[in-house]
Design a protein around this ligand. Structure first.
Ligand code: MF3
Ligand code: CO
Ligand code: CO
Length: 263
């Protein structure tokens, strides 16, 4: 399938929706506290997004019942907000997608409730580092295999984590999920050749144990097969003439100390 190249006007719309999606994470962070339910986080994000003239893309997407995804501990992705109260030591991924003026922006972040175990903290830090190693491969003429290889070599090769292959990053624009698929494993110098104007997500899911997942009877919630912890972080990326632009970057967002925020 052909991969879209966005025009300058479309890129401006992508910037706006991605900026909004990122701001939701800044907004919701302080609400991630022991005792809050994931349903309450969903309600707050829904109100924040709709008050700003946008739509929370997950809501009714292929039947998904809520406005955000909340994936706690062994949940890999697509957790459905509900009555579960957060407790001290939980780790939670909050995945926000907004539709603004017809364009989608997609980003997710990990939060620790109270104090996480050193193992959980390390998993989250390594997952952020894996995402950024992938991001830093993005440039014209580089290939998607370079992105997946950088993530896998670090997460599995150096640290022995399970890298999830059941779910991928994806092209994004006027559709939530479009070509190309962005795998978090790969072989260098293989796969799609990147060109300025492409927009896609990178969203590695990194497991403390095995990489396999299973889906609950709700048809959405993906869990690790060994019930060990999983972490994920996600950005929407634009390929520029010289490299990459992280469209969902936040002032307060994590990035590697020496990496440029924009280039
Ligand atoms: N935001 C998720 C992603 O990163 C997709 C969620 S689909 C939903 O691609 F239906 F679960 F919302
Ligand atoms: Co995504
Ligand atoms: Co997402």
């Amino acid at each position: 399938m052909a991969v879209e190249i966005k025009s300058a006007a479309e890129i401006e719309k992508m910037r706006a929706t991605c900026r909004l999606a990122a701001s939701v994470l800044d907004y919701i962070g302080p609400h991630v506290q022991p005792g809050v339910t994931t349903e309450e986080l969903d309600r707050l994000c829904h109100a924040y997004i709709t008050e700003r003239g946008a739509y929370p893309s997950p809501l009714n997407y292929k039947g998904f019942p809520k406005s955000i995804c909340t994936s706690i501990n062994e949940v890999v992705c697509h957790g459905i907000p509900g009555p579960r109260k957060l407790v001290d030591g939980d780790i939670i991924n909050i995945d926000i997608t907004t539709t603004l003026d017809g364009y989608f922006g997609d980003t997710s972040e990990m939060f620790v409730v109270g104090e996480g175990s050193p193992e959980a903290q390390r998993l989250i830090e390594h997952t952020r580092e894996a995402l950024w190693l992938g991001i830093m491969e993005v440039a014209p003429k580089k290939r998607l295999g370079d992105v997946g290889a950088a993530i896998y070599e670090f997460a599995h090769g150096e640290h022995g984590y399970g890298v999830v292959t059941d779910f991928c990053g994806h092209g994004i624009g006027r559709q939530f999920h479009m070509a190309p698929q962005v795998a978090h494993v790969g072989r260098r110098n293989s796969g799609l050749r990147l060109r300025p104007g492409m927009t896609f997500t990178i969203e590695p899911m990194i497991n403390l144990g095995r990489p396999e997942t299973r889906i609950l009877d709700d048809g959405w919630t993906a869990l690790t097969i060994d019930n060990k912890l999983s972490a994920q972080v996600e950005h929407t990326i634009l390929v520029t003439e010289t490299g990459y632009d992280v469209l969902t970057m936040r002032e307060t967002g994590w990035h590697p100390p020496k990496a440029p925020i924009r280039c």
